[in-house]
Write a protein that binds this ligand. Sequence first.
Ligand code: SF4
Length: 169
Amino acid sequence: MNDFDEPFDNEVDSYYQKVKADVESSGYHLNPDIEFTLELLKSILINKKRYGYGACPCRLASGEMDEDMDLICPCDYRDPDLVDYGACYCALYISGEILSGEKKLQSIPERRPSPEEREKIKETSNNIPTELSKPVWRCKVCGYLCARDKPPEICPICKVSSERFERFM
Ligand code: SF4
């Protein structure tokens, strides 16, 4: 990064390579409009520098990581939007159907719940009773489940970090 929070071209390029490898291993694709994609990735890197986390480039971040955990790219809403619309809210990630032209990109409604709804969801997930020998953790991005004492450091499917897991059972 330089003094103006702008990432250097080589930082954007290496981020692009990493994100592309991660996303293709999970069966999705980056938007093939390379200029558009690089601009979005650059904005995520700027957010990383500004807030300390890579908030979604198409939404207003609060600047509080706890508040915005669901908006760290890839956000919690990526996979349901890919299923319903074939693209995430920013159209950074797209499905095979969109890539092949079988389905057309359309505008995607915001699926993020209101702050009040998010608070209720958090309370519900903190109060799950369990009689299992191990807690079950769910990746909030891709839905991967695992039963172990703690969530994995990195999700083996979508590669997000342990903070993106919630106690499921
Ligand atoms: S997955 Fe798409 S919508 Fe979600 S944070 Fe990343 S760029 Fe934004």
